[in-house]
Design a protein around this ligand. Sequence first.
Ligand SMILES: O=P(O)(O)OC[C@H]1O[C@H](OP(=O)(O)OP(=O)(O)O)[C@H](O)[C@@H]1O
Ligand SMILES: O=c1cc[nH]c(=O)[nH]1
Ligand SMILES: [Mg+2]
Length: 211
Amino acid sequence: MRLQVVDHPLVAHKLTTLRDKRTDSATFRRLADELVTLLAYEATRDVRTEQADIETPVAPTTGVKLSHPRPLVVPILRAGLGMLDGMVRLLPTAEVGFLGMVRNEETLEASTYATRMPEDLSGRQVYVVDPMLATGGTLVAAIQELIKRGADDVTAVVLLAAPEGVEIMERELAGTPVTVVTAAVDERLNEHGYIVPGLGDAGDRMYGSAE
Ligand SMILES: O=P(O)(O)OC[C@H]1O[C@H](OP(=O)(O)OP(=O)(O)O)[C@H](O)[C@@H]1O
Ligand SMILES: O=c1cc[nH]c(=O)[nH]1
Ligand SMILES: [Mg+2]
């Protein structure tokens, strides 16, 4: 597994406002959208392209376009939905699959409540989006499912990661073609499995408490 922390002043600035507990839901959603666009720029550096012959108004020339098969973007519901638009804005040809997953707040175990993705992902580049990599349980299970379906290149785009989650990913996904792109790796997890300093519950901050 490869880890890439995007070190950029615009990313750091937006992340600081996102973390701030006074930031309201509408602003939080806008910042998450802006941040994923900046992270996606780095995350798609190896997106597959093919040669494209075109004519400008002046002369014929050769450029590139995104290859087939199309990349797949998979937001992990709920909070990952807030990163979907920003991702597909940069990858306009992408197909979108959905994974609904929730972490049990007592046991911290992730479970899947909805899956809508192609059965066969062989030869596909897949971009999973979820704002938080905490214990890593959610992302490891999501990526194992993608690899089981044949995905041969998976990039997870997260806003924040905990060192504990990164370590689990490295252990559980050793030897797999996985990259994690994040705006920051924070200090640690607290006793409730929340990232410190983090930003709280990303899903609740975007959409309100689901209770
Ligand atoms: O790394 P982990 O310890 O597994 O935790 C991370 C997961 O927790 C959050 O989702 P949550 O379960 O709160 O669901 P939600 O998006 O519906 O709020 C977050 O969006 C991740 O999916
Ligand atoms: O800090 C955390 C950890 C898991 N899920 C969140 O939304 N926030
Ligand atoms: Mg949540």
